[in-house]
Design a protein around this ligand. Structure first.
Ligand SMILES: [Fe+2]
Length: 288
């Protein structure tokens, strides 16, 4: 009854045009406009991994976690209900919108996150029509990528995701007043990370989403595009101490960041949890 991967992310966006320029020019994602004004974004064999909804203000609308089987989904629904969490089945219309066979949803109380659990997404046999030349994305059993939040009560939040959703601890990094816990649910080093509140980030705020390219050249060429177009950079090119991801971070039109990475290591064998004292092996500096 454990989550198997990060499946999809749904965003309310105030600047749809800006978002579409951002995701197509930098990341090559394929927009699939819908009749209702929303735009789905394809990055791999899934029909889509992101949905952008036109809105008056920016917010994270919901996150979808993939389950390995219908039985594990049903078992998790029962477990959440036994813990006093209200879980409702998604309507047929919502299942169609998400392109999944089974769907249940609940309000995750620690991050205040609208959360969806799904099983059997529709696979699309048409390859990605990338909007710039890229090698594609490292997804599959590793899922969409990873997602990182600040929490007002990091310990309770980590306990919820480990005890209720089945995540396991990968490692910790403590630096400059930030205490981050990294969690995995498949071989991807981390699918979720929880940090304390720091700077402008309060509990429940989305810090960044990481998507992983199949080629380091995709990262380098994207970095040139970002700098040439004047998109704001959160962290320059660098390599992380824990997952060894080589990446840079650029702010989305919604204010949180996308980390565009390559070469992240996977959890394997007799994994030992470590605590690191800095997040980078090199680089990842804020721009001057
Ligand atoms: Fe990251």
């Amino acid at each position: 009854m454990t989550v198997s991967s990060l499946g999809y992310v749904n965003l309310d966006v105030a600047d749809m045009e800006g978002w579409l320029r951002f995701v197509t020019s930098i990341f090559g994602l394929e927009p699939k406009p819908r009749a209702d004004g929303a735009v789905d974004l394809k990055m791999d064999e899934f029909h889509h991994r992101f949905s952008l909804y036109p809105a008056a203000s920016n917010q994270l609308r919901s996150v979808g976690w993939e389950m390995q089987s219908s039985a594990s989904l049903q078992a998790l629904v029962s477990k959440l209900r036994a813990a006093g969490i209200e879980v409702t089945e998604g309507s047929d219309a919502l299942k169609l919108e998400r392109r999944v066979r089974e769907l249940w949803r609940f309000h995750e109380p620690n991050l205040g996150l609208e959360t969806e659990l799904f099983y059997a997404p529709s696979a699309c046999n048409v390859p990605l029509a990338a909007t710039r030349p890229i090698s594609g994305y490292n997804t599959g059993t590793l899922g969409l990528g990873h997602i990182v939040f600040s929490a007002s009560d990091p310990a309770a939040t980590v306990a919820f995701y480990t005890e209720m959703l089945g995540f396991k601890i990968s490692d910790y990094i403590i630096w400059d007043g930030i205490d981050a816990t990294f969690l995995h649910c498949n071989p991807r080093h981390h699918t979720l990370a929880i940090m304390n509140e720091f700077g402008p980030l309060k509990g429940g705020d989305l810090n960044h989403i990481m998507i992983e390219a199949r080629s380091f050249d995709d990262i380098g060429t994207a970095y040139d595009i970002v700098r040439d177009a004047g998109y704001p950079v959160m962290l320059d090119m660098g390599k992380h101490s824990n997952d060894h991801m080589q990446s840079f971070y650029t702010f989305t039109p919604s204010g949180f960041a996308i980390e565009y990475g390559f070469g992240g290591r996977v959890i394997e064998g007799d994994w030992k949890v470590r605590t690191y004292d800095q997040p980078m092996l090199f680089g990842h500096r804020p721009p001057a």
